[in-house]
Design a protein around this ligand. Structure first.
Ligand code: SAM
Length: 319
């Protein structure tokens, strides 16, 4: 089958991308990923008569499109893919109440988005593609999701098995590979990713390289409150997270973005996450925000660091 990247191969390094894809193909069939693969493959495959990505919940499928046995299989598959961190989804009448009420973030960023119609878009750290599905309501030409976790890719496949958007593509690649996609993207979303990376400025530079001149970046990151440009580098865990590196102040995040080459860098939202937005649910039944903060002082993490804020920035690559 023809590679969907073929029409774009002018700037991009398709050989390098294919080498990485070949390496990572094996990740889909590692022992740990096999239950996720089975969760998708046990389900029928067809385009549902109901696909609606314009509301808070990604809604796919009507009850009567599945037999009773297929509903049982679907419920089992939804459970096998736990945890559903991003959502909500509504599949054939069954609600996946995810850990994050992701529509709240979408509501914060959507008034600041450029027109997505006909655009080539990257969603870095796309997880189960909740936001990619939301983008389809704006009729983009192509949205490529980047996330190195097979579990989340299988969750995307489960939903897209019935939604069947062929302008949504999922690559098991990371933020560190964006520079191979030179000058491809009109719009890049990088949300909830930067603090998971040990070299955030290199990531931002790679993103800059992946964008067309005039392209727009939507950058969202956890950070810390405070005046001035500095970043917290936790000694060990931060809010119980292990795989984290730098938590910038807003000024610092603005500064990183400018130093990576972006222009018109502007912060449009600073929020403190609440337990309305992030909480344990049936579909994400483990620890959540309330377990990560000091029970006596929610302005601190359990480790005693300043509690995180979420900073949203938009920026442009100069034409
Ligand atoms: C905190 S979640 C953010 C999800 C979503 N973008 C959002 O804003 O709600 C971080 C995501 O980044 C993914 N991730 C981890 N390492 C990554 C990397 N090197 N490149 C891109 N994504 C990565 C994780 O698998 C996870 O889905």
């Amino acid at each position: 089958m023809k590679d969907y990247l073929e029409p774009f191969r002018d700037g991009i390094d398709l050989e390098a991308i294919n080498r990485l894809r070949a390496e990572r193909d094996g990740w889909f069939t590692r022992r740990g990923a096999l239950p996720f693969k089975a969760a998708v493959e046990r389900l029928p495959k067809f385009k549902s008569g109901l696909v609606d990505c314009s509301g808070d919940a990604i809604t796919v499928g009507q009850r009567e499109e599945l037999s009773a046995a297929q509903h049982d299989d679907l419920l089992q598959s939804m459970k096998d893919l736990l945890p559903w961190r991003k959502g909500p989804f509504q599949l054939f009448g069954h609600t996946i109440d995810s850990e994050w009420q992701s529509h709240l973030k979408w509501d914060r960023i959507s008034p600041h988005l450029p027109d997505l119609k006909g655009k080539v878009i990257a969603d870095i750290g796309c997880n189960n593609a909740y936001y990619m599905f939301r983008m389809t309501a704006h009729d983009p030409r192509l949205v490529i999701g980047f996330d190195p976790m097979p579990r989340f890719c299988y969750a995307f496949q489960l939903v897209n098995r019935f939604a069947r958007f062929d302008n949504l593509r999922y690559e098991l690649l990371g933020a560190e590979h964006l520079h191979y996609f030179r000058r491809l993207f009109d719009v890049v979303f990088c949300m909830g990713v930067l603090y998971h990376n040990r070299n955030p400025i290199q990531i931002l530079t790679g993103i800059w390289e992946s964008m067309k001149p005039g392209g727009e970046l939507i950058l969202e990151s956890q950070g810390i409150p405070g005046e001035g440009s500095y970043a917290l580098f936790p000694e060990d865990r931060y809010a119980k997270m292990r795989n984290v590196w730098f938590f910038p102040t807003t000024d610092c995040l603005l500064n990183w973005t400018k130093k990576a080459g972006f222009k018109d860098v502007e912060c449009f939202s600073i929020e403190t996450t609440t337990t309305e937005e992030q909480r344990a649910t049936e579909y994400a039944p483990w620890e959540s925000l309330s377990d990560f903060l000091d029970p006596d002082d929610s302005s601190k993490t359990v480790e005693g660091y300043p509690a995180p804020i979420r900073i949203c920035i938009k920026a442009k690559k100069q034409t």
